[in-house]
Design a protein around this ligand. Structure first.
Ligand code: ZN
Length: 118
């Protein structure tokens, strides 16, 4: 008799951590601020269609840039792309910005001044 071993993949844990506003939107630039997600600083730019996080990945030694829509329903980071089934609201960027939105620490469109168009 043979037994078949099934390889079980460790279930994905929800993204957890902490987020805080280092510099509120409007202080770095009219439409930009700085936040810290799990101790890593990101330049946060607000656009008409969403938010953009500019950071630096010390492990890969390269700059990162992630885009999220206004409702924080998605993110284009590798974690969101490859672990889309992660429970609990997605990657740390989504959860962090959603938490800021929920606690009114992140302005919604119209609450910050976008640069004049030319
Ligand atoms: Zn992300």
């Amino acid at each position: 008799m043979t037994t078949t071993k099934t390889r079980t993949r460790k279930p994905l844990e929800p993204a957890t951590g902490s987020v805080r506003v280092l510099r509120p939107v409007g202080t770095v630039n009219e439409d930009a601020g700085e936040v810290s997600i799990n101790g890593q600083a990101y330049y946060l730019a607000c656009h008409k269609t969403g938010y953009r996080l500019h950071g630096y990945d010390p492990k890969r030694q390269q700059a990162t840039c992630y885009d999220l829509p206004l409702d924080c329903s998605g993110c284009n980071c590798p974690d969101a792309a490859y672990r889309s089934s992660r429970p609990g609201g997605g990657c740390k960027h989504r959860k962090a910005l959603a938490a800021l939105l929920a606690s009114a620490k992140l302005p919604r469109p119209g609450e910050y001044k976008l640069p004049e168009a030319f």
